[in-house]
Design a protein around this ligand. Sequence first.
Ligand SMILES: CC(C)(COP(=O)(O)OP(=O)(O)OC[C@H]1O[C@@H](n2cnc3c(N)ncnc32)[C@H](O)[C@@H]1OP(=O)(O)O)[C@@H](O)C(=O)NCCC(=O)NCCS
Length: 204
Amino acid sequence: MNHVILLGAGPYAEEIGAIIDEEEKLILNGFIQDTNAKIDHEILSKKIYFIDNTEEILSKNLFLSAIGSPKRKNLIQQIIAKGGSFTSHIHSTAIVPQTVELGIDVVIGVRSVIANFTSIANHVLVNRCVTIGHHTNISSYVTVSPGANIAGCVSIGEGSYIGMGAVIIDGVNIGKNAIVGAGAVVTRDVPDGLTVVGVPAKPK
Ligand SMILES: CC(C)(COP(=O)(O)OP(=O)(O)OC[C@H]1O[C@@H](n2cnc3c(N)ncnc32)[C@H](O)[C@@H]1OP(=O)(O)O)[C@@H](O)C(=O)NCCC(=O)NCCS
């Protein structure tokens, strides 16, 4: 069984850590955070490491992102620069057909359902109870929050954030680093960097 260190030491990392402990597919050895991060106590009785002090863990562990915001990119890039390798975690209740292309450092949460011929790039977090339709492309560093429903033939650009319960209808293109607010219904393309909210979704 592979040994893993989770990126992040916040409540979301604690949630993912508890799931990994329960599922027993990976051995959780601790958490890693930025040097200026503040958490100094153990989580789930595991040690918290800092990014500038990785010698003892780098070669013995794989890494998995557990920071539920676009901020995780910086920490991921520091791990890559140090030569660290990543793993993924697909929850045993998630449905991911064989035709789905999955990158590395992908988390698919409890009861999420991915349809056939969808592609999910590296460093993507799909939280619990999400549905993603057929032939949809999710780019690197995207975060999809609980309960979002993404239809078929949708494209979501790098670094974008999809809020809880958002609905994205078929064929919509969402640009890079865009934000879709919780509960939004997205019926039109969203340009790079824009935040949209509401039903139907409009720029905030
Ligand atoms: C869209 C979002 C990013 C905006 O955050 P923000 O810039 O901090 O916005 P604020 O909280 O300052 O709200 C600004 C205005 O937008 C409105 N607003 C915020 N989020 C909204 C949403 N999702 N839908 C509709 N209106 C929203 C607020 O009511 C407020 O309106 P007002 O000025 O009339 O009072 C955020 O509200 C959101 O939806 N985040 C997703 C949260 C989520 O899904 N978390 C998952 C955790 S696992």
